[in-house]
Design a binder for this molecule. Structure first.
Ligand code: SAM
Length: 228
């Protein structure tokens, strides 16, 4: 079973974010918060097309060289785990482990090239869940890819609840993908999170998206304020 003992820096592209989160043109016109974006190419590519994206991640306390070294160290671990557990993935958009390595490294290269200027422009912020310094409703949309729910074993239920509420406080809408944990089972924190959010007055839906790489991971959680 695919397993990582800690949350690793590993980044996806803008196109993957667009598919994972069913991003429409209208979604790209507001202020977007990328949660745990790490070395994803999303911020760089979205900025290039004129979107207003801020990403936060504790890894942004590190220098470009340090992040590059951590990516290199992560690469072998993730590729080896993927090769050993190929049946846990859908090999359609990405057809082989080697192609996966190339696609991910290209997205992370896009991030690394953008990182120095993005730091100066305040697009990469060294912050971490479950507590953020932004005012209420500061963002139109918060996106959380491959952190919450995926790392259910490393991040407990209390962390999930506090983090989801905090994202809902700072953004008018929150989308989270995937809803499966590492290894491919539904996150044990999902049902409780949905109930907790509904009890707190949010509209919550689970929606099918046009993205599936981890087998069975083809749904996102959408959370909106009742007045949203
Ligand atoms: C697997 S990567 C996903 C990167 C990106 N979101 C993507 O899907 O390509 C997980 C990221 O979560 C970050 N992370 C870990 N703990 C965090 C926290 N408490 N708050 C925000 N980000 C965190 C890690 O530093 C890492 O960059």
């Amino acid at each position: 079973m695919f397993y990582l003992d800690q949350v690793v820096p590993w980044g996806r592209s803008f196109d993957e974010y667009a598919a994972m989160f069913s991003l429409a043109d209208a979604d790209m016109t507001g202020r977007i918060l990328g949660c745990g974006d790490g070395p994803a190419g999303f911020n760089a590519e979205a900025t290039r097309i004129g979107a207003k994206v801020m990403s936060f991640d504790p890894i942004y306390r590190c220098s470009k060289a340090d992040i590059e070294a951590r990516i290199a160290a992560t690469y072998e671990k993730v590729i080896t785990q993927t090769r050993q557990n190929q049946h846990e993935f859908v090999w359609e958009a990405i057809t082989s482990v080697e192609e996966l390595g190339r696609v991910r490294m290209a997205a992370m290269r896009t991030f690394l090239d953008d990182y120095p200027v993005g730091l100066i422009e305040g697009r990469y912020l060294n912050l971490e869940l479950p507590s953020l310094p932004f005012p209420d409703g500061d963002f139109d949309l918060a996106l959380c890819s491959h952190l919450l729910f995926l790392y259910s074993q490393q991040l407990d239920e209390g962390f999930h609840y506090a983090s989801l509420l905090e994202l809902c406080r700072v953004a008018k809408e929150v989308r989270v993908f995937p809803l499966l944990a590492l290894g491919g089972a539904l996150s044990p924190h999902l049902q409780g999170s949905v109930e907790m959010l509904r009890a707190a007055g949010y509209q919550v839906s689970i929606e099918r998206v046009r993205y599936e790489f981890q087998r069975g991971a083809c749904e996102m959680l959408r959370i909106q304020r009742d007045d949203g």
